[in-house]
Design a protein around this ligand. Structure first.
Ligand SMILES: [Zn+2]
Length: 306
């Protein structure tokens, strides 16, 4: 697939991984200073060719690529890390302390993903290979890591997953939010919280939002999808309000004894109706965060709380 690039600053480029042949669903962010390169997010294994073509189309030879950062280890963000580690034996993969062991030994991660995706696993995500343990670098909250042209600061930001970091680049003012910044399509005034099982934690997520708001970023770089500038408080408000409201809606359904399938159906109807009212297209949002996962995540969260 021909690479689709969005140049964000002189040295930062968003690469559209064209997941499932769709534009604007999954992004990876390339830093390149003319000498060395780093990526935030690898995307899934199935789009690794598109990723590497994008890196080269942005001007960076593959030998320049030294550092791979993943906001968290879900397959749409980090699934290609092992393939890249094998193909480019000089790269290091930077990850959250809770996620790092699962990059080196993905067996539990794969078992957990297989519960969600069943026999669709390979078709959806492609192969998942382990990253040699000695090439996984554990990043802790507050760590500052030199990358080409700048320094990234890590923010431990649980809520979507326990093993989640956001990365702030002080030079550009851009904050790379992974999934804790929600899903928002370019041009849309609508932020969807992706709330999959098994680690959704509403309270932790709300605290992470407060923390990231306080960063006073000049723009948010969402993995799903792209750079948003302008009124970022509006973005955080919209995400937080929906995250909490959907949680309450699912809790009420459970209290009335609704089945998971009924809850999915009713939540989907309600969500689609709201998006239609606002003139927001649903398809790209549905690929990034499906109703089934959204509801299952909340149901699991409330059952754990009991
Ligand atoms: Zn994601």
């Amino acid at each position: 697939m021909a690479p689709i690039l969005h140049q964000l600053t002189e040295n930062i480029t968003a690469i559209d991984l064209q997941f499932q042949g769709r534009t604007q669903v999954v992004a990876a962010y390339l830093f390149y200073d003319g000498d060395q390169a780093a990526l935030i997010e690898t995307g899934p294994g199935i789009t690794v060719e598109t990723l590497l073509e994008g890196v080269q189309a942005a001007g960076a030879p593959l030998e320049a690529l030294r550092q791979l950062f993943v906001t968290h280890i879900h397959l749409d963000h980090a699934g290609a890390a092992g393939i890249l580690a094998r193909q480019l034996p000089w790269v290091r993969v930077y990850a959250h302390p809770v996620g790092a062991p699962h990059l080196a030994d993905p067996s539990k991660l794969l078992a957990s993903a297989a519960r969600l995706y069943g026999d669709q696993m390979d078709a959806l995500w492609g192969r998942v290979l382990p990253v040699p343990a000695e090439r996984v670098v554990v990043v802790n909250d507050g760590d500052e890591i030199k990358i080409p042209g700048t320094t990234l600061r890590a923010f431990d930001t649980p809520g979507h997953a326990r093993h989640h970091h956001a990365y702030f680049d002080a030079a550009s003012g851009l904050l790379f939010t992974g999934d804790v910044g929600g899903v928002r399509m370019p041009g849309a005034r609508y932020v969807r919280p992706p709330t999959p099982p098994p680690e959704l934690d509403i309270d932790a997520w709300v605290a992470s939002i407060a923390r990231l708001r306080a960063v006073k970023a000049s723009g948010l770089c969402l993995t799903h999808f792209g750079l948003f500038r302008g009124n970022l408080d509006w973005h955080w408000d919209d995400l937080e309000r929906r995250l909490v409201a959907w949680g309450e809606a699912v809790r009420e359904e459970l209290a009335h004894g609704a089945s998971d399938d009924e809850i999915v159906r009713r939540m989907q109807n309600q969500i689609v109706a709201e998006m239609e009212r606002r003139g927001v297209g649903v398809e790209a949002y549905d690929v990034a965060a499906s109703y089934q996962h959204i509801v299952t995540g909340y149901v699991r969260y409330w059952n754990k709380k009991k």
